[in-house]
Design a binder for this molecule. Structure first.
Ligand code: SF4
Ligand code: SF4
Length: 256
């Protein structure tokens, strides 16, 4: 049995690979894109989310409680009259998650397209991911990845998939490091592995104003990916609220 950390399961997903799918979001990402719209997927650990705008400042949650699940956060998660406190992220073993997922596939019957593993970055929990892909090998399987991992791991994962969605965000390595925290050499090497794998795939580029959507960046990405299927995704401006709930800084706010 292998344990992983997930922060969401989305059923009836229609943009995460072929057909109608169930998407599992794994916690943890090696990148820190300044525009990330899933900040709850960045840390690999469970995190407290706090709705400050609804808080009555009654301090009930700060009183001592005996719930095991509350101890890591120093707050009682169950007493809030306004439901201001939730935890994002839970540990789950591969067998339990497989059972949960197959149930969702059975309900969908013939309409079910398959399973997608997203994040965060699903390759960051590669051992758990590979186990899950083996458990679900009779289904259509896909990942949404930033492609930042060692080539051997990347290859062993895509060998088990029927479809791959991979981001290429910034072509210039220095700018990539500035805006995501890492250079893009590993990512571009893994793109070559993907291109030569014979697996169907889509490349995605989020269009972030003045960062990824510049003419220069888009021309250079096109030069890298050639005639690959390419989706350019509009910028999602709604992520700011989640950063606030997590007590994290939304870096993009200061840059555009
Ligand atoms: S119990 Fe809820 S409303 Fe009261 S202080 Fe805690 S978070 Fe705020
Ligand atoms: S790769 Fe995706 S999940 Fe990771 S920081 Fe960037 S946008 Fe967020």
């Amino acid at each position: 049995m292998i344990y992983g950390n997930i922060f969401d399961i989305k059923e009836m997903a229609v943009h995460d690979g072929p057909g109608i799918r169930t998407t599992v979001f794994l916690k943890g990402c090696p990148l820190r894109c300044v525009w990330c719209h899933n900040p709850e997927g960045l840390s690999s650990k469970p995190q407290l989310m706090y709705k400050e705008n609804k808080c009555l400042h009654c301090d009930l949650c700060k009183q001592k409680c005996e719930h095991e699940e509350c101890k890591p956060f120093g707050r009682c998660l169950h007493i809030c009259p306004e439901n201001c406190l939730t935890v994002t992220g839970r540990e789950i073993d591969d067998k339990t998650l497989t059972r949960e997922l197959i149930k969702s596939a059975d309900i969908m019957g013939n309409s079910f397209g398959g399973f997608t593993f997203s994040g965060g970055e699903p390759l960051m929990q590669s051992e758990f991911l590979i186990k899950m892909l083996d458990n679900l090998k009779n289904y259509n399987l896909c990942i949404e990845t930033c492609g930042y991992t060692d080539g051997e791991i990347f290859k062993s994962v895509i060998d088990k998939l029927q479809f791959v969605i991979m981001d290429i965000k910034i072509a210039d390595s220095k700018l990539h490091k500035e805006y995501t925290g890492v250079s893009n050499e590993k990512i571009l090497k893994n793109f070559e592995i993907l291109k030569n794998s014979g697996k169907p795939y889509t490349i995605r580029t989020p269009l972030i104003p003045n960062i990824t959507d510049t003419e220069d960046n888009l021309i250079k990405i096109k030069e890298i990916i050639g005639n690959s299927n390419w989706e350019q995704l509009p910028y999602n401006a709604a992520a700011g609220a989640k950063y606030k709930m997590l007590g994290m800084k939304y870096e993009l706010k200061d840059r555009i």
